[in-house]
Write a protein that binds this ligand. Sequence first.
Ligand code: GDP
Ligand code: MG
Length: 379
Amino acid sequence: MFKFWKKKTPVPEVAAEPPATENAAIAPETPAISPLPATPVEPVPPVVEATPEPVSEPMLPVAADEVPSAGTATGKKSWRERLAGSAFARNLGALFSRKPKLDEALLEELETTLITADVGIAASTELVENLRKRVNRREFDDAGQLLTALREALLALLAPVAQPLQIVAEQKPFVLLMVGVNGVGKTTTIGKLARRFQKERRQVMLAAGDTFRAAAVEQLKTWGERNQVPVVSQGSGSDAASVIFDALQSARSRELDILIADTAGRLHTQTGLMDELGKIRRVLGKLDASAPHEVLLVIDGTTGQNAINQVRQFRAAIGVTGLVVTKLDGTAKGGVVFALAKEFGLPIRYVGLGETLDDLRVFDAAAFVDGLLPERFSG
Ligand SMILES: Nc1nc2c(ncn2[C@@H]2O[C@H](COP(=O)(O)OP(=O)(O)O)[C@@H](O)[C@H]2O)c(=O)[nH]1
Ligand SMILES: [Mg+2]
C-alpha cells in the first residue's frame, strides 16, 4: 500500500531519544524501546493484533496539494462553493428562492429546515422563536429581511467560538494532541496542519500515537518521509503514551517548534480509549506540566447530533481546548457547527471543506454563514 508515494528522497532519520529513566517508570509495560542511544526508532512487532478496518485506508493529502498546477495555484474554492452541497445551503436556498410570504408557515418551515440540517432542536427553536417575536413586532417588511436577521443571529452564535489556534512560541515545543473517534479525519488533518505550520516556517515533528492500527503508523510515517517531517513511531501495538513521551523528548532536544501527536480513535473498548488518552496526558505532564498545549477534538461534520456526545465524552476523558469540524463539503448537513457552538462554546479552530491542503481552513464565522445562506437576498 502507498508504494506509489514512496520516493527515494533522503529522509531525516528520527533517532529515538534514549528513554529517560522516568519514562520506564511511567510506562513500565513498554519494554520495546531500545535503550541504545541514537538508534533509529524501529517498529516493534505489534503486541495487539490490529482489528481489520471496515473502511478502505484513507490517504493523507500529498500529491494533489504538493504538485503545483494551475488548479491549485488559482483554484482555491470559495466557502460557498464548498458548502453548496450541504442540506443547510440547499434547503434554505430552496425555501427562500420561492420568494415566500413572511408568515407563520415560513417560520415553521425555517425551523424544520434548521433542525433537519443538524442545527439541533435547542438552537433551532431559539433562533426561530426570536425571529417570530420580531415578526410579530413587525420589524421586517419581507422574507428577505427575515433572512438578514437570521444571518445576524447565526453570526452571533458563531462569533464567540471563532477563535483561531494561537501557537505560543514560548511553549516549545507546542504540543498539539489530536483526538476523536475513528475515521473523523485526525490523521489527514495532522498532515494538513503540518504543512500549514511548515509554510509558516515552524519546525514540526509528528508522533504516531495511533498505535492500534499498523496502517495508521505507516500512513503517518510515509507522509512524514515525503514531506521531510520527522515522525516518531514504535510500530503498532506499542504503548501510545510512550511513543508520544519519546516524541516530546526528541522534539525538545532538537528544539522544534511544534509536536503534533496522533491518537487512536478506537480501542477494544471505549473505556480503553479514554484510559489511554488520560495516560497520554499524565505522561506528557511529567515532561512539561503545561503540555498538551492544545487538545484538538476532530468531529466529522456528517455525524449529526452524535457529535454532541463525542464532545461530552472526550471532554470528560482528556479535556478539549479546540475543535476541528471536517467533511463539511459534500453531504454534510452543515448545521452541526451551530449545535456545537450553542451546546459547548468551545473554540472552533479549523474546518475541513475538502480533501486538499487548502481545504483545511481557519474557521471564519462570517465566511461560513455566508457560504450557507442564499447568495442574493434583499436586506
Ligand atoms: N471530504 C472530506 N474528506 C475528509 C476531510 N477530512 C478528512 N477526510 C477524509 O476522511 C477519511 C478519514 O480520515 P483519517 O484522517 O484517516 O481519519 P482518522 O481515523 O480520524 O485518522 C479520509 O478518507 C480523508 O480523506 C474533509 O474535510 N473533507
Ligand atoms: Mg488516523
